[in-house]
Design a binder for this molecule. Structure first.
Ligand code: UDP
Ligand code: LCN
Length: 795
């Protein structure tokens, strides 16, 4: 910040020249890209050349937004990741000053209201004061590694400063039970000294027992000392766990504490919430609102069940873990199983989808599908019904509740608070970042999107969660240039509703990056011939090289060319039409490669989504306008998982590439699927793919706003492959290795289980419940969220 102020002082005159140029545009709002583009326009004019130098460029490079109302220009500046400052400049007086975030937002509000006076009172939502005392990360590079920080900070505080940590640890150990069976420590041990003594005696006793002996052989003796089952399957493991605990009681170290918590039986059952349908195992992709979230959850469940079972086994407990995915029951199921109450999840032993219907205020079941933007009025009743059903299914409360997307996270909040269970949130996509000015002009979008209810739900859920996992760093805090998805909730306004001055703090240790993976049984490298699905290859050949039909348009006139492949929902944001246009406009690329697109429907009549219909029309328009039918093949069908998996590999056989051209992609499962199949991948630099791919090593970044450059990059790649025999293989291997190292469900499940234990522990032994915040959020829920949710019903 200091550097910024110095910069301003030294280059004040030049900056004012530029600001006057901005003001001359007569636009109230200028975004980062506008500020930069207009800076270039300004510099291109000979008379301004003296005002354009590195110093000014640097300054404009960190500006995020300008709000202009002559003679004022207000600027929001982000000099580094997650650090903000706000300034205002008086163009006539040539003066400037630093202002608060509130003042900046108030000025924005004025513009939306055409300068009309604000009402005397504006509701400000400010969670800052509640968190003042709470430890927070200091360095932006540590963001997303909350658990490490928490362990370091709290373990020293708890055991050293407060000196009562060991007592709380004993209480924590005594608390563990499963199906009425006491675990770890029984009532014979009443204080820490007795615990230490029991540990010493148990170690002594076990040192004389066969290392492979189990609880059946040694349990009786240990029970007499006050210890119960749960320390380990074998004597070796029991000794290790006992030893770790003795060490912690002697001198607590954060790593030992993390290791110890990872070993004790805490998680037997969990509930995953994904209320808006269609949630099913077949025929759901392509249904409105159904995409990667469903794929993610089903893979997550399989990985978590495996990890839970393995840990329980190692702990010496023959208990089968239980997982319930709770979603909406939709009586009008449209050929899916979404009208079934309970469905076993394939590939698991004891995981189920449990479906609970939405009910209207009269208690009647809602039969039809409801868009994810309109689910708000149903969620409270859904949470109450779900609570009853899950308790009946599990026989007790779950050990962890995981929410998904805004609706699932809100229901997770309601349930976690009622049941006193650790809450984990997963966003998948925060809509606020996807739609420009969705907050400022919320009113205009209200009839279609109901963002006011959604953002209110988001604020409540993210501040209630015990921990939040994200797929990437950028999801939390962006990068040097762009704002993180969570970061965007820090400071924003919805005029005439409320103004948020401290909505969420991305330095909060609740944030942890835990990236998903690609299912290794489906997405594996093309060169693993023995695992390939040879039986699918004929139908895939037909899919690629066939002619036009009900679900296909285009037929390759030269099918031997390498393929550029893309697969996504046909949403505006996925920008498939953008990719078709870049390809269409790059003649040498059209000469070099064919384009295969799997997206949406070819026949608009099959779609019941307005946005998708518009994209379908645009696809046909592009195909006609540029005469693409011999070079582009568009498949309007949804491939099941085995077909999709094998298709990536068939395209790799043909030395093709995968392109993910989205305007913004929160994470991008297709990107890691393609990479793990060995398909060189070109993906958007806006969102998760920027972090997934190391440019030039494991794939390439493209900028969807510069399609010509993206097409050129593809062309250069193919040309280089023509000259350099190993180039394609090098990038292909780079992608495979990157996914194997960083994006696997095995890593995910291990991390997730560790996090849930550690946050559960800290929640128990400290005041992580943050009662003050909870009460404030309850009020916010009752006074803001509920009326907003009701408004959805009024249209
Ligand atoms: N998918 C599929 N068949 C299709 C289209 C998509 O199996 O015809 C899968 C794709 O493989 C990926 C998911 O749907 O697993 C899409 O997830 P992604 O994160 O890429 O995007 P989202 O749709 O969630 O925005
Ligand atoms: C939603 C999205 O938009 C994708 O970017 C993610 O990959 C998917 O969910 C799974 O988290």
């Amino acid at each position: 910040m200091q550097a910024l102020e110095e910069h301003l002082r030294h280059h004040r005159d030049k900056l004012f020249m530029l600001l006057r140029h901005y003001a001359s545009l007569e636009r109230a709002f200028l975004l980062q890209s506008d500020l930069w583009d207009e800076y270039q326009v300004f510099c291109d004019r000979a008379e301004n050349s003296a005002s354009c130098d590195n110093a000014i460029a640097e300054l404009i490079g960190v500006a995020q937004e300008a709000v202009v109302e002559h003679p004022w220009v207000y600027l929001s500046v982000r000099p580094s990741i997650a650090r903000w400052s706000y300034l205002r400049f008086h163009l006539e007086a040539g003066d400037y000053e630093t202002i608060s975030g509130q003042e900046f937002l108030a000025f924005k509000e004025r513009q939306v209201r055409d300068g009309a006076a604000l009402s005397d009172f504006v509701l400000e939502v400010d969670l800052g004061p509640f968190n003042r005392e709470f430890p927070k990360l200091k360095e932006s590079r540590s963001i997303g590694r909350g658990v490490e920080f928490l362990n370091r900070r709290l373990s020293s505080q708890l055991f050293q400063e407060l000196g009562r940590g060991d007592k709380r640890l004993l209480e924590f150990l005594r608390m563990h039970q499963c199906h009425g069976v006491q675990l770890m420590v029984n009532e014979r041990i009443t204080d820490v000294e007795e615990l230490q003594q029991a540990l010493r005696r148990a170690e002594e006793y076990l040192s004389g027992q066969p290392p492979e002996a189990g609880w059946d052989q040694v349990g009786h003796q240990l029970q007499a000392l006050g210890l119960e089952i749960g320390w380990g399957r074998t004597v070796t493991r029991m000794r290790y766990t006992l030893h770790l605990l003795s060490d912690i009681l002697e001198a607590p170290e954060p790593q030992n504490l993390e290791r110890f918590l990872g070993l004790i039986p805490m998680i037997f059952s969990l509930v995953i919430l994904s209320p808006h349908g269609f949630f099913g195992q077949a025929n759901v992709l392509g249904k409105p609102d159904t995409g990667g979230q469903v794929v993610y959850i089903l893979d997550q469940v399989r990985a978590l069940e495996h990890e839970m079972r393995q840990r329980l086994q190692e702990q010496g407990l023959d208990i089968e873990p239980q997982i319930l995915v709770i979603s909406r029951l939709i009586p009008e199921a449209q050929g899916t199983t979404c009208d079934e109450r309970k469905e076993h999840i394939v590939g698991t032993q004891n995981a189920y989808i449990l479906r609970v219907p939405f009910r209207n205020p009269q208690g009647e079941v809602i039969a039809h599908w409801i868009s994810r933007f309109e689910v708000w009025p149903y969620l409270e009743t859904f949470a109450q019904d779900a609570e009853r059903e899950l308790l009946a299914e599990l026989g007790s409360r779950p050990d962890l509740i995981i929410g998904n997307y805004s609706d699932g996270n809100l229901v997770a909040t309601l349930l976690s608070q009622r049941l006193h269970v650790t809450q984990c949130n997963i966003a998948h996509a925060l809509e606020k970042a996807k739609y420009l000015y969705s907050d400022l002009y919320w009113h205009d979008n209200e009839s279609e999107y109901h963002f006011a209810a959604q953002f209110t739900a988001d604020l409540i859920a993210m501040n209630s969660a015990d921990f939040i996992i994200t797929s990437t760093y950028q999801e939390i805090a962006g990068d040097g240039k762009s704002v993180g998805q969570y970061e965007s909730y820090g400071n924003f306004t919805m005029p005439d509703l409320y103004r948020v001055v401290n909505g969420i703090n991305v330095f909060d240790p609740k944030f942890n990056i835990v990236s998903p993976g690609a299912d290794v049984d489906t997405y594996f490298p093309y060169h693993k011939s023995e695992r390939r699905k040879h039986d699918l290859q004929a139908s895939l050949e037909e899919l690629i090289c066939g002619g036009p039909g009900e679900n296909a348009r285009g037929e390759f006139s030269d099918p031997d060319k390498p393929l550029i492949f893309s697969m996504a929902r046909l949403d505006h944001i996925k920008n498939i039409t953008g990719l078709v246009q870049w390809y269409a406009e790059c003649a040498p690329l059209r000469e070099t490669a064919n384009l295969l697109v799997v997206a949406g429907h070819v026949d608009a009549a099959r779609s019941n989504d307005r946005e998708e219909q518009a994209q379908i029309a645009r696809m046909h328009q592009l195909m006609d306008e540029y005469g693409l039918d011999g070079q582009v093949r568009w498949l309007g069908s949804h491939l099941n998982k085995p077909m999709a998996g094998e298709l990536y590999r068939v395209i790799a056989d043909r030395r093709g590439v995968f392109v993910q051209p989205a305007l913004f992609e929160a994470f991008g499962l297709t990107v890691i699927e393609a990479m793990s199949s060995g398909l060189p991948t070109f993906a958007t630099r806006y969102g998760g793919p920027l972090e997934i791919i190391i440019d030039g090593e494991s794939g390439f970044h493209i900028d969807p706003n510069h399609g010509d450059a993206a097409a050129e990059r593809l062309l250069q790649f193919f040309r280089r492959c023509g000259k350099d025999a190993g180039y394609w293989e090098g990038i292909s291997e780079g992608g495979i290795n990157r996914v194997e190292a960083c994006y696997t469900w095995r890593l995910y499940a291990e991390r997730m289980m560790t996090l849930s234990r550690i946050y559960g522990f800290w929640k128990f032994v400290t005041n992580l419940e943050r009662d003050e915040t909870r009460r404030y959020l309850e009020m916010f829920y009752a006074l803001q969220y509920r009326p907003l949710a009701q408004r959805v019903l009024q249209g």
